[in-house]
Write a protein that binds this ligand. Sequence first.
Ligand code: NAD
Length: 240
Amino acid sequence: MTTPVAVVTGGSRGIGRAFVLECARRDLTVVLTHRGRGNDAEETVRAVEELGGRAVAVVADVTTDEGVAAVVTAAAGLGTVQLLVNNAGILAHGELDETTDELWDAAFAIHVKAPMKLTRALRDDLAASRGAVLNLSSTGGVVGSVHGVSYGASKSAVIGLTKSLARELAPQVRVNAVAPGPVATDMYSSIPADEQAAVENETPLRRIADPSEIARTGLDIASWPNVTGQVIVSDGGRVM
Ligand code: NAD
């Protein structure tokens, strides 16, 4: 039997790292992509090895054809891809007047175009293994993002992509999305304590998700055999 492989884009840190670790706990060999900055990827690979798993880090800009090809090559050397987690993202902060063409294009390239191209490149493996794709949207893509026009628009497009691919790739491949609200990543911890308290106070469940919770939720959805084309919001009840 061929080794089951998961591809996690942007898997070096933050929510992506949590996805990588959760994949390892679920006995998947992981190809993680990152942009080659700092030691995050090495630390993530080491953490997987401490769990007794295997992960390979690939420096790849997944918005480019070369980056997509590098991911496909790395995965082919390990086994058959049965899960693709399109996690890589950028903050793309900016209101309407701050939304340059560059910012808009960058947000759509990483949030929408890269998941489409990776799904296409890995489709045969995913179909052969009756696998799944999990896309990262955001509550900003469900109800809009006040300070991020290109972020909100591209994260909404992730939902359209998810539903369209779910229709096209059925019955072999299931395609779903998770839409987190605020998550306790380094970025969140860096905002002032009073602002964090305000966010928590306006959250019905009075809590902020840990990255591991997003990863567990996402991988659970991806494993459900009768669910495709769905977007699960994980945000403590802010969006109902
Ligand atoms: P992060 O900034 O900590 O990590 C992003 C990762 O994506 C990094 O590993 C980076 O190297 C990678 N990446 C970015 N552009 C890339 C490219 N072109 N090619 C390859 N890799 C690339 O982000 P995070 O906070 O962990 O968020 C992960 C995902 O979850 C993103 O899609 C984000 O939009 C979404 N999300 C995050 C939050 C939150 O509160 N953190 C909330 C909702 C949705």
